[in-house]
Design a binder for this molecule. Structure first.
Ligand code: ADP
Ligand code: ZN
Length: 735
């Protein structure tokens, strides 16, 4: 890692111009040399504009210049007005992530510079508020303006005019008369400081113990990882709120990461109840202005707490003192497109670089975190019971081989009975199926033709309400055709298998009186509709919520006592090493929605494999037994965290070339101790958005430097630029 060359400012003009390596947020191999204006204090992180070809580009002073060319051949980069600089630790983090993910550092820098406007000086505007003078001449129009201004707020001239119905000339007359006085309005509203003691709760004994550990780490301001491992409803959030309070008391900033934007709304409200104001937020739904506001406020230290998605990891904290990764096992923390990285793992790295504690919270930790915690590498903070009167729900398996429903029906008799009982006692139920739309497959009855996406090797999913067939991989959609494109048979399509819409249809036929809502992470039912469905459920305006994994997460519905899992076997047979862990986590999470308040919950899981260890663990509630089995399985297979994995994903429009490139790469794999290379094999979606995809998998022992291996390998072959090679370190999905 390079260190900044700090030079005294009072240099003689005779001295040569200072030079520096400047990193640009572009896919270049590294920093480029520039000279800087004489007298510039060359500081790592300093923001500059640098000429690149015909353009001016925002860049960051990264370290010493590398080359030795003369001054006259170097272009000049100019620091931005006010000399804003990225925090040095953020620069270090960018370097680290680039190294780890084998990405061009400029691409990682790009993630840290998401708001270019943030470095421009703030544009304040002049506004006018009521002054002390009373105008000598009073007219009705003048009076109206003064009435508007009577509240003491500052307004711009056009706003005063508009609100009072007077002309701008009238307003200006009042300004001249001294009845309105100018003040400066800041461009951005300020962030309120959260109050650590706004509304505290009394923690129970176990919660207290966990909070004590976190408070100590924060007070000592040292890097430490804790796994906050507690059943749903045990008060993990309350515990880490205590840690947030402690960080605030020590004047440190806090980053709270959530796996999904859909969860933030509820969370922001809960935060406000606890701390007296909303935290800053950071995710893709923010407007450009909000982004700029938040970015600046974190850099200046004005914003103390930010709640965000993956990308919040790259924000310029002035004094970060605590990182929290809630639902740390969630797969959405893995970014699969562009720069492939795991935000949970990188959060640990950021905390290490910042020298601050990080808390990973989950009721069903990733096996990696579980192993780290049980082996003592992480502090293991366990909360085994729900807080207060709430008890864990009872879970029962329904063997679909025995309780067979009629064809085209997905609700077994026992589930129907339980639904009837719940509804008649005025409680709420939730049905879970991790499949969007009406049916996952549409088939021609006369020739067997399956409706596939044009551009992907995936089935088109029927969305019956909208009368469309949709590809869930690329978003391609088409109206359901009147006849089979293969054999031209008319009205020959049949829907195969259930999606949430189809389950809803069956439910509505059985319980026509019940109030029903669908929540699905879908382009058809957008985030607003999903939010509305979830709010209606919380307010008891809905009796039954039918949904995909979006309903599994985080929500607290006190009157929800029955959860039905329509098909627990879905996704259990991918053949990928995390499929079982994921099924367990998801179903456990869904089950955790039931009986969160006084009334006990019941969970019914429909499965064709009731003897499967995932199902047995869910039914018995013996979570750790399942984790121990998985640990043994992974250890035997030398799979993570007992071994390392990296994937190369090749993609291109020319299928033959992609396959050929895969073979060339495989042949070129350097032999190395403790390293095995598998493939190439077609990816699960071997066609995606028209691109053919092949995968190679590197399996290595834990002590192997996988990055070095990959670098050497990739440098040894010349590949066609028509094939894109993506490196996925620690892959979690194998699509
Ligand atoms: P988790 O994050 O583990 O799912 P939460 O922190 O959301 O659990 O707690 C579940 C519910 O119990 C919440 O409504 C929370 O306010 C309440 N709760 C948890 N601990 C306490 C406590 N010590 N005092 C009062 N209420 C608590
Ligand atoms: Zn597609």
């Amino acid at each position: 890692m390079k260190h900044p060359a700090v030079r005294p400012v009072d240099e003689l003009l005779l001295q040569p111009a200072p030079r520096a390596g400047v990193l640009l947020p572009l896919p270049l191999s590294g920093a480029y040399d520039y000279k800087l204006p004489k007298g510039t204090n060359v500081l790592r992180g300093l923001l500059v504009t640098a000429p690149l070809g015909p353009r001016e580009q925002l860049g960051v002073v990264w370290g010493d210049a590398e080359g030795t060319v003369g001054d006259n051949r170097l272009k000049e980069a100019v620091p931005l007005a006010g000399l804003p600089a990225l925090p040095e630790k953020l620069c270090d983090f960018v370097d680290w992530v680039a190294q780890y993910t084998l990405s061009p550092p400029g691409m990682i820098l790009g993630m840290a510079l998401r708001s270019g406007r943030a470095f421009e000086p703030e544009v304040t505007r002049i506004a006018y508020a009521r002054g002390a003078e009373i105008p000598q001449r009073m007219t009705p129009a003048r009076q109206r303006v003064l009435d508007v201004a009577a509240d003491g707020l500052a307004r711009k001239v056009p706003d005063l005019a508009q609100e009072s119905g007077a002309s701008p000339a009238v307003v200006r007359g009042l300004i001249e008369a001294g009845a309105l006085v100018a003040t400066e309005l800041p461009e951005f509203a300020h962030f309120d400081p959260p109050d650590p003691d706004f509304m505290t709760v009394t923690l129970n004994g176990k919660q207290q113990e966990a909070a004590d550990v976190l408070r100590r780490d924060i007070a000592e301001a040292r890097f430490a990882v804790s796994l906050l491992d507690g059943v749903t409803g045990s008060g993990k959030t309350e515990v880490y709120f205590e840690a947030v309070s402690e960080a605030l008391r020590h004047s440190r900033q806090v980053l709270i990461m959530l796996p999904e934007i859909a969860l933030t709304v509820q969370f922001l409200e809960r935060f406000a109840q606890r701390f007296g104001c909303r935290p800053a937020e950071w995710h893709s739904d923010l407007s450009q202005k909000e982004r700029t506001r938040t970015y600046r406020a974190l850099m200046s230290g004005e914003a103390r707490v930010v709640v965000g998605a993956r990308s919040s990891l790259f924000l310029p904290f002035k004094e970060l003192g605590l990182v929290i990764v809630d639902e740390e096992h969630e797969q959405t923390y893995k970014q699969e497109e562009g720069i492939i990285y795991h935000a949970r793992d990188m959060a640990v790295v950021r905390a290490r670089i910042e020298g601050c504690p990080v808390v990973l919270a989950s009721a069903t930790p990733s096996l990696e975190s579980y192993v780290n915690a049980t082996s003592g590498r992480y502090a293991h903070l366990r909360l085994s019971n729900r807080h207060g009167a709430a008890v864990m729900p009872q879970t029962k398996l329904i063997n679909l081989r025995e309780a067979k429903a009629e064809p085209g029906s997905w609700l077994s008799q026992p589930l129907r009975e339980a639904l009837a009982a719940t509804l008649s006692s005025g409680e709420q139920a939730m049905l879970f199926l991790n499949r969007r739309g009406y049916a996952p497959l549409t088939l021609c009855q006369s020739c067997g033709h399956k409706m596939m996406c044009r551009d992907c090797s995936s089935w088109l999913v029927e969305h019956r309400y909208r009368k469309r067939l949709v590809c869930h991989q690329c978003g391609y959609e088409t109206a359901t055709p009147p006849k089979c494109p293969k054999c031209s048979a008319e009205a020959s399509f049949v829907a195969c298998g259930p999606g949430v819409e189809r389950v809803a249809e069956e439910f509505a036929a059985l319980f026509p009186q019940a109030r029903l809502a669908i929540a699905s992470s879908d382009t058809m039912h957008g985030p607003q509709e999903t939010q509305a469905a979830i709010r209606a459920m919380a307010k008891r305006e809905t009796d039954v919520l039918i949904g995909t994994q979006i309903v599994a997460k985080g929500h607290h519905f006190p009157q929800l006592t029955l959860v039905g899992v329509i098909d627990a076997d879905l996704g259990g047979s991918d053949g990928d090493l995390r499929a079982r862990e994921r099924t367990f986590q998801l179903l456990h999470q869904v089950a955790g929605r039931a009986g969160r308040a006084e009334k006990p919950g019941l969970v019914l899981i429909q499965t064709r494999n009731p003897k499967d260890s995932v199902m047995l663990a869910l039914a018995s509630g013996d979570r750790d037994k399942f984790y121990e089995q998985e640990r043994v399985f992974r250890e035997r297979a030398h799979a993570p965290p007992f071994g390392r994995l990296a994937a190369l994903i090749l993609a291109g429009l020319d299928g033959t070339l992609v396959q050929e490139t895969g073979r060339v790469l495989a042949k070129a794999a350097p032999p190395a101790k403790g390293v095995k290379v598998w493939g190439p094999t077609p990816a699960f979606y071997h066609l995606l958005r028209g691109q053919t995809r092949e995968r190679l998998l590197v399996q290595a022992e834990r002590n192997v430097d996988v990055q070095a291996y990959l670098r050497a390998w990739l440098a040894s072959v010349k590949l066609s630029n028509k094939v894109r090679v993506a490196v996925d370190i620690d892959p979690v999905s194998f699509f």
